[in-house]
Design a binder for this molecule. Structure first.
Ligand code: ZN
Length: 475
């Protein structure tokens, strides 16, 4: 398998540190707000990567952190060491404790991941539970001369790490040009970043340390938790492209300075998701959460399909037209699976049964090439089209249908779609339900209610859905 490594800026053949095993660290959510669809994309891709590695017989261990302290408001414009703590700020605004805020949004995060069938990581370490590990690394960095303390604050001295900038291209030389930084008065160099900050009196989340009662910087959390659970050097570290700088650049600097080892072999970054061609922003009203997608009548699985329909290294442009397309395609996949499970037996010979392995090969080739999910999906669509043709011509028998179904099930271990099994509803019942729908469309509720009772008498219940759709269930 080849994956694009942000570090080398090229596709590289994937070779794990230990044969057959893969360690993967995913930069998880800062739990001060709901995760949006852009975040979801950044969690869905590592999920598909994990599923494909497992499909390819690797044993994967995934760690996804929960940042519940230390992520400061200004991290997008500076080094993340000025401004307020995101969680503490929200807690003050909502008159809740930081733990209540973190707990609520952590829960929301897990539920949203579950809705999209993102497999839970093997462990979700919380930053607040790993302060001793962070203190240990900070002390090592001070002892080795990579970090310095002033007025209870500890900073990493970027001039001491020769490789600074190797991930993002933001070397100190490049940074000098046009840098506008909000400087902390205790810093030696503007690009030094905080490892530990002394807490102001009113600060709620604070811990003892050799330097001050304070709290950790955001970057040190990920280094500490990655090392704690996966070791000094790991195979894959993922994040959104906005994590490349300063977050991941800082992680490399502090980790490699502390251990003397390479921190990560493969850095994988997911590009931004745009909405209607623009960056998402609350002020623009184009900031979407899973609930917004569902309110428009789309399911989490359709969102999953929409996200996989674009490559993770290209900017996905989210539009409602994209969701509509995903809905159509998901319907197509669902019907395909349903048909294969209920295929009529035909005596005629097939033309597809012995050739189904070609789809597996094409699918694997697409996924092997830097997780080309849009191409892998096109292989599935091709298989569906050819199968549907054979079904229409009554040329497929149960044995061959099972072969194709097996190929689909193998592929779907990677796609991760949850397809609800359709019930077999007798034609007679469907006919009455359709009649009822017509009455409902004409607002003739008396007649439509009568038909509902008639359906009930026959042992089925009808449930009305959005857009005058309905669901029939066996009683
Ligand atoms: Zn991180």
């Amino acid at each position: 398998m080849k994956i694009y490594n942000t570090l080398s800026k090229q596709k590289e053949g994937f070779r794990p540190l230990n044969a057959g095993k893969v360690s993967m660290y995913i930069c998880g959510p800062t739990v001060y707000d709901r995760i949006h669809i852009g975040n979801l994309r950044a969690y869905l891709i590592p999920d598909v990567l994990r599923k494909f590695l497992e499909y390819s017989s690797f044993e994967v261990r995934q760690i996804k952190n929960i940042t519940d302290v230390g992520h400061l408001m200004e991290d997008n414009v500076a080094q993340g060491d000025t401004g307020e703590d995101k969680i503490e700020k929200k807690a003050l605004a909502e008159k809740k404790t930081p733990a209540e805020i973190a707990g609520f949004y952590e829960n929301y995060f897990h539920e949203t991941e579950k809705a999209l069938n993102i497999l839970p990581a093997h462990f979700f370490p919380r930053a607040t539970a790993h302060i001793p590990q962070m203190l240990k690394i900070i002390q090592i960095l001070i002892d080795k001369g990579f970090a310095y303390e002033k007025n209870g604050n500890v900073f990493f001295d970027v001039t001491k790490f020769a490789d600074y900038g190797k991930l993002s291209g933001n070397t100190l030389e490049n940074l000098k040009v046009g840098a506008r930084l909000e400087e902390h008065p205790d810093k030696k160099n503007p690009w030094d970043f905080a490892l530990w900050l002394k807490a102001p009196k009113e600060h709620i989340m604070k811990w003892d340390s050799p330097w001050s009662v304070g709290y950790p910087g955001w970057h040190i959390e990920c280094s500490a938790m990655s090392m704690e659970y996966l070791g000094d050097t790991i195979d894959i570290h993922t994040g959104g492209e906005d994590n490349i700088f300063p977050h991941h650049e800082a992680e490399i600097a502090q980790s490699e300075s502390a251990t003397g080892q390479k921190f990560v072999n493969y850095w994988l970054h997911i590009r931004h998701l745009l909405v209607d061609g623009e960056k998402m922003a609350k002020s623009k009203g184009n900031f979407y959460f899973l609930e917004d997608i569902e309110a428009k009548g789309y399911s989490p699985m359709e969102l999953r399909l929409a996200i996989l329909s674009s490559h993770y290294r290209s900017q996905m442009n989210f539009t409602w037209a994209v969701m509509e397309q995903a809905k159509t395609n998901f319907q197509k996949i669902s019907e395909f699976v349903y048909n294969l499970k209920n295929i009529p037996i035909s005596s005629e010979k097939d033309s597809l049964g012995n050739e189904v392995s070609k789809y597996t090969e094409k699918f694997e080739k697409a996924m092997d090439d830097d997780l080309n999910t849009p191409l892998a999906l096109s292989v599935l669509y091709e298989m569906i089209t050819e199968t549907n043709k054979l079904i229409a011509e009554n040329k497929l028998d149960t044995k061959q249908a099972k072969n194709i179904l097996a190929v689909w099930e193998k592929m779907n271990k990677v796609f991760g779609f949850v397809i609800e099994a359709k019930q077999d509803i007798p034609e007679e019942i469907i006919k009455i339900a359709e009649e009822r729908k017509t009455f409902r469309n004409n607002k003739d509720f008396e007649k439509s209610d009568k038909l509902r009772d008639k359906i009930l008498e026959k042992g089925y219940a009808i449930e009305d859905l959005k857009n005058n759709e309905y669901l029939i269930k066996k009683q």
